[in-house]
Design a protein around this ligand. Sequence first.
Ligand code: SAM
Length: 328
Amino acid sequence: MTGLSDSFQRPINYLRISVTDRCDLRCIYCMPADGIGLMAHSDILTYEEIYTIAQAAAELGINKVRITGGEPLVRSGLPRLIQMLACINTIDDISLTTNGTLLSRYSAELKQAGLRRVNVSLDTLRQDRFELITRSSNNLGDVLEGIELAKSVGLNPVKLNMVVMGGINDDEILDFATKTVNEEWHVRFIEFMPFGGKGATASHFIPISDMRERLESLGELESCLPSVGNGPAKYFRFPHARGTIGFITPISEHFCFHCNRLRLTADGKLRPCLLAEDEIDLKQPLRSGISSVGLKRLIEEAVASKPLRHHLAEGYIPKDRPFSQVGG
Ligand code: SAM
């Protein structure tokens, strides 16, 4: 195994796999209120097809996999996929991104299947606001319970991702930050990318620098290393805090020069960049019996076509798919 690297010499070792475009929430920053046109079930990759792609990718040097969606836990039998992926020897890190509504139901099974860690999207600590942001009547308490259960079964770390939107939930930044002091909460503040949801617009964007300023009222942040992973977040903690704070700056300071990832959509397209429209279809070749060598060639092609960077800050917005289809 020689490892993959793109035409800008970035090592590529991370595959994000979207297992469904379905979601039980309609978050204002992610989806239109009435949802999106759904993929036909027959267009969605089976677990066996995902496994075949992951195996080929692993043979090329991918050793980290994240399961995402849509909401991955609404797809039935997800622990079976985790178990299959965990059997690929060279994949040493399997993680999940979820909205947490079903986490308490599946945490133990997921852990047992080989899941190592989990990121939970959590944008508010208030029930009324949770309903407003997610446009659903789901119970915030279920998500909080899922987070605690995930920790208790040994999923580690459990990171909480908050998309911060001015005038919507930015007044909770300090509440989230305080949680990192007293409890083992690992909170990551994410800059809102102004597209996709229609319920939140560019006027709701707040740069991380603004959030950092507000956090100063709680004390001085010390830089620290992530407990695991080497993603785009920069990590800090308050003195003596039990948890950490991460900042993710897709807009104000893009991190493309360190991008190490590829994305597989639920309908089998390999996407070299979240924020560019180019895709390489793997589903049709797979269903037509492509060899493992052929599949690996397509993966290498996708890696070679990775763009240097996205152009969101200059106003370029990919028009083809919402985040819920690409796997944010
Ligand atoms: N359903 C899962 C969840 O809620 O975590 C996984 C899919 S969801 C598309 C993954 C993440 O995408 C969200 O938590 C959020 O952080 C990110 N996301 C979606 N739309 C975004 C936007 N417009 N700006 C910033 N982040 C966004």
